[in-house]
Structure formats: C-alpha cells, structure tokens
Design a protein around this ligand. Structure first.
Ligand SMILES: C[S@@+](CC[C@H](N)C(=O)[O-])C[C@H]1O[C@@H](n2cnc3c(N)ncnc32)[C@H](O)[C@@H]1O
Length: 266
C-alpha cells in the first residue's frame, strides 16, 4: 500500500487534495477484499475538481494491475472537465462527467459502483479566480474584487448578486445562520447593512458592507473579527447559490444506493 511522505501528494496549481493516504488506505482494503467472482469495477469521484484524488486512484489502480477499474470524475464546473481530462489523458480508464452530482442517474455511472468519494466545497482554483466571485478580497490587502457570482456551474441558476439583492431580509438571515454558522445578532446586523447597501454587484461591495458592521478584530474571540466573519458570510451565500445542502444529500443518497462497499466524504 503506497504511503506518500509529501504533505500534499497529487497537488496541482488547481487544487491540493486532502487525506490521500487515508482514502487510498480504504480503497486498498476494498481491493484486498474483492475477488475474481466479485471484482472491483468502478470508482466515483463526485467532486473531481483538478483531478487530484482521481489521479491518486488511477495511480494506485495502475500499480496494482487493476486497470480495468473505471474512475469517473464528476464535477459541475466546466473548468474541471478541461483540467482533469487533460491531466489524466494517459489513463484510458478515466472519464469525466460534467454534472451536478445530485442529478446523477444510473446511466451516468454505467454500472455498479464500488467506491464513492466526495470532497465537498470549493476548489482553490475557484477561489483564486476573482472573476468567479468566491473570493472575499477587494478590501483586504492584495485582494482582488470580482462580480458577485459564486456559481460553480457558470451561468446556471441564481448568482450571489441575485440572492444578496433580491432575497427578503428573513431569508438572508436564515442563510447566514444556517449555512455560515453566524451568530443571530451578528447576522442581523450584517443583513441590515446588506439591505441598506443594495444593489450590490461586486465582491468588494459585499466585503465593505460586512466590514462596516464588524470589528476589525476581537481580542476575546477571533471568530468575531472581520476576516473570519467575511469567510462565514461568503461561505453561507456560496452554499445557498449552489444549493449545496440539497446536492450533498442527493449525492449521498445516490452513493449509498449504488455503492457495494465504501463511501467516503471528506
Ligand atoms: C474541494 S474541490 C475538490 C477538489 C478535488 N478533490 C481535487 O483533487 O482537485 C470541490 C469540487 O466539487 C465541485 N462540486 C461541488 N459541489 C458539486 C456538485 N453538487 N456537483 C458536482 N460538483 C460539485 C466543485 O465545482 C469543486 O470543483
């Protein structure tokens, strides 16, 4: 069983995948248990991104002479399709599926699935590109502002600007509390300031609104400071824009229904 001494094996400029040793360890246990009557057939990487975890699977499979096992990398972001398909072009058993994993059908998977991985959230590539609108820079030193977008799949559905400008105050409050873990009174202050500052079209406008009602730092509790608060608010809005809770529960249902052995979410 390979063990990677580097802190970030299979990292690329696109993203540094986490928990490689732990994930490959689980796959190795599965492979050891499989038999010629019930061989491994298919691994699904639900959140393929730059293909780091997929490459780890494929490298493991190649080393074990298990090249018949297919790895399907799913992602709703077309940048992932471009990046991972190019990166993994020397592995004929890799296929990319450009889709929200919550909408996967048995046809997309092509047969029984043995192992499902979900590395939920956003990739570094998405955060690093200011034009995607995930980045809470703009006012921070070195930060770059972008459009208030945050859609993982390009132009589909509501953007962050649609939510920030059009949602009622109560709905925004619920988003900040439920998806960002923002404390109620702080969320109320931030939402009131967002509503006062409408319309907003850029990330630096949202950042500035949060900063106006948040202390720069707090000695008693770092979580109350502006940096962490901006991170929570941006995360909450991103989760709402991409309907991430619904997708995750649909993806887990799909994974559990189709997987014969293992499911891993990290
Ligand atoms: C943390 S990154 C995964 C990075 C990946 N493991 C790698 O090694 O590069 C999360 C990825 O999941 C994708 N994603 C998030 N929610 C998704 C969903 N519901 N359906 C498909 N892809 C999703 C994002 O677009 C992003 O590329």
């Amino acid at each position: 069983m390979p063990s990677y001494s580097s802190a970030t094996p299979f990292a690329s400029v696109y993203h540094a995948p986490v928990m490689i040793d732990e994930i490959l360890d689980q796959l190795d246990r599965l492979a050891t248990k499989s038999t010629s009557a019930a061989p491994l057939a298919r691994i699904i990487d639900l959140t393929c991104g730059g293909g780091g975890h997929s490459e780890a699977f494929l490298t493991y499979l190649r080393a074990q002479n298990l090249n018949h096992v297919e790895v399907i990398g799913v992602d709703r972001d077309s940048d992932s399709k471009e990046e991972a398909s190019q990166r993994l072009k020397d592995f004929p058993n890799f296929h990319h599926c450009l889709k929200n994993f919550g909408d996967l059908t048995p046809d997309d998977l092509g047969g029984p699935v043995d192992f499902v991985l979900g590395d939920l959230g956003v990739s570094s590539h998405q955060i690093d590109d200011p034009s995607r609108g995930f980045r809470y820079g703009g006012n921070v030193k070195g930060g770059v502002a972008g459009p208030l977008d945050m859609r993982m799949d390009g132009n589909n559905g509501l953007s962050a600007a649609d939510i920030v400008n059009d949602y009622p105050e109560e709905a925004l409050l619920k988003i900040l509390v439920d998806h960002g873990g923002e404390k109620y009174m702080s969320a109320k202050r931030i939402v009131a300031e967002i509503v006062r500052s409408r319309p907003m079209t850029r990330t630096d406008e949202l950042t500035a609104a949060i900063e106006r009602v948040t202390p720069k730092w707090s000695k008693s509790s770092p979580r109350k400071g502006a940096l962490k608060t901006k991170a929570r608010v941006f995360q909450a809005i991103r989760v709402a824009v991409n309907d991430e809770m619904v997708s995750a529960s649909d993806g887990i249902d799909e994974g559990l229904c189709t997987t014969s052995f293992g499911i891993t979410f990290c």
